[in-house]
Ligand binder design. Structure first.
Ligand SMILES: NC(=O)c1ccc[n+]([C@@H]2O[C@H](COP(=O)([O-])OP(=O)(O)OC[C@H]3O[C@@H](n4cnc5c(N)ncnc54)[C@H](O)[C@@H]3O)[C@@H](O)[C@H]2O)c1
Ligand SMILES: [Zn+2]
Length: 306
């Protein structure tokens, strides 16, 4: 499996590489030169037209499979560059340099890439296994909403791993320590199950109901996941998978840390669109306390969360 490294990103060390970022990050961190390609900011990057333009640039720059690309950015940059690197000449080496909390703890690790198509998010994707250099210094310029979104995913890791919960509750609650613990954890889980057939399923905790809330309420991803965890923990309790005490403890902590929105009628049907679902009309969840995949009929989900 690929390495996750922790340290300072210095642009001067990558003069021989092709660097891809967006104009905002380039301006903030002084990234410029002939070897730099700028993608649009945020989700807008994740488009075939940009992948095509990037691959044309790789050609013009005579990128060979021995060369290396460096993606400096959040999940949108990482997903787009990863996709392009996986198809250009059937694969060129990539280093992720994540600049958001979401990317440092999640999207820059594990090899999944995706772009959007016809308004469908992540409709087209590949695997592109890459090394990652995590530099928490990038968090200094991140806005509150992006930080809150990352905190939602960190909360998920706390519930999945006693070790991470221990680091979180360890007193000084240092962001660099927490990011490192989450990144290492994700890397270990992905090494065990690179192509998402087993251990990686637990990383979907909070995402089945969370995605429906994200779509309906246009919430930042991590906030929606925190809400998803709040309701999925209740579902686990009602299904007898976890104790009332466990559910009460975690739901109260989630409620203390994130704004909780009501789970409303139109969101239920959306949960059926989740990509983890089979064709049997049941909804797949990764639920506490085992976080194994559990399939529940939509009617039961509605009844249990009523
Ligand atoms: N591949 C995976 O496993 C995976 C996992 C989770 C999420 N994702 C994807 O990641 C994307 C979301 O990524 P994201 O939350 O990192 O946001 P993002 O990449 O969309 O970036 C959001 C904004 O933050 C700005 N930004 C980035 N770093 C900054 C910094 N250090 N300082 C100031 N501004 C900065 C960017 O310019 C951009 O405008 C989604 O498309 C999602 O599907 C992928
Ligand atoms: Zn997520």
């Amino acid at each position: 499996m690929n390495e996750v490294l922790f340290g300072k990103f210095d642009i001067a060390d990558y003069g021989e590489c092709l660097i891809v970022t967006d104009a905002h990050i380039a301006r903030l961190y002084g990234i410029s030169g002939d070897n730099v390609f700028l993608l649009p900011r945020g989700e807008e990057a994740k488009d075939f037209a940009n992948v095509r333009a990037l691959c044309s640039w790789f050609l013009a720059k005579r990128l060979s499979p021995q060369g290396r690309v460096v993606a400096v950015g959040g999940g949108s940059i990482g997903d787009t560059v990863g996709f392009a690197c996986s198809i250009f000449k059937r694969g060129v080496k990539l280093l992720h340099v994540p600049t958001t909390l979401v990317a440092m703890t999640d999207s820059a690790i594990g090899g999944k890439t995706a772009i959007d198509l016809d308004g469908v998010k992540n409709a087209v994707g590949t695997y592109c296994f890459a090394d990652t250099l995590v530099d928490v210094g990038f968090l200094d310029t991140l806005d509150c909403e992006q930080m809150a979104s990352g905190r939602g995913e960190i909360f998920k890791y706390r519930m999945l791993s006693d070790r991470i919960d221990g680091v979180y509750n360890g007193g000084k609650c240092d962001m660099a320590d927490i990011v490192e613990a989450c990144a290492r954890y994700k890397s270990e889980v992905c090494a065990e199950d690179p192509y998402c057939g087993g251990a990686r399923n637990k990383l979907n905790f909070g995402h089945t109901l969370g995605h429906a809330m994200e779509l309906t309420l246009s919430l930042p991803h991590g906030i929606a996941v925190a809400n998803g965890m709040y309701y999925e923990t209740e579902l686990a309790r009602k299904l007898g998978l976890c104790s009332a005490r466990y559910a009460a403890k975690w739901r109260s902590e989630i409620g203390d840390n994130f704004k909780i929105y009501p789970f409303t009628e139109p969101m239920f049907a959306l949960t059926l669109n989740d990509k983890k679902n089979g064709t049997d009309g049941r909804v797949a969840f990764a639920l506490p306390a085992s976080f194994d995949t559990v399939r529940v009929t939509l009617a039961d989900v509605v009844k249990l969360l009523a």
